[in-house]
Design a protein around this ligand. Sequence first.
Ligand code: SF4
Length: 178
Amino acid sequence: MPVKPKLATIWLSGCSGCHMSLLDNDEALVSLFKEVQLVYGPLVDAKDFPENVDVTLVEGAVANVEQLELLKKARANSKVVVSIGDCAVTGNVTALRNAIHEGDSAVLERAYLEIADAQPQVPVDVPKLLKRVFPLHEIVKVDYYVPGCPPPAENLAYVLTEILAGRAPKMENKSKYG
Ligand code: SF4
């Protein structure tokens, strides 16, 4: 039996809308997922990003050190990285975050103490915020971009189908970012 290509999806700082759009492909997604092994992502119970991934779809922008390390690890272990959605492609609304990041304490105190309705408590082990939010291509090499907020379901299916078939998807904005 031929080995199926490995597919990973990552959700960084985004709203999950891009993943929801991927799921909107309904029956087409069932056919598509018969052709791959889904090895990492919100729909998979995998703790660490695996090695030798064929295609990784990344939603969301990079806002903290944990996401920064995950993205670098994903890039190092993926043949193809696809930036899906405007947050990943440009930063989008997520780029408005991190205006207050000094030591993160002001943000945490505001969120978990000052406006807490009950049991005010600052959590431990919160990943440190970056000084600003980054679109993916400012951190790692990105192979393809699927813009939109969220990107249309059919665009995600098209790009994934083309890559799995060994063809380069023709995206209108490829020359702008690629
Ligand atoms: Fe959500 Fe839009 Fe960002 Fe996707 S691009 S994570 S849908 S805000």
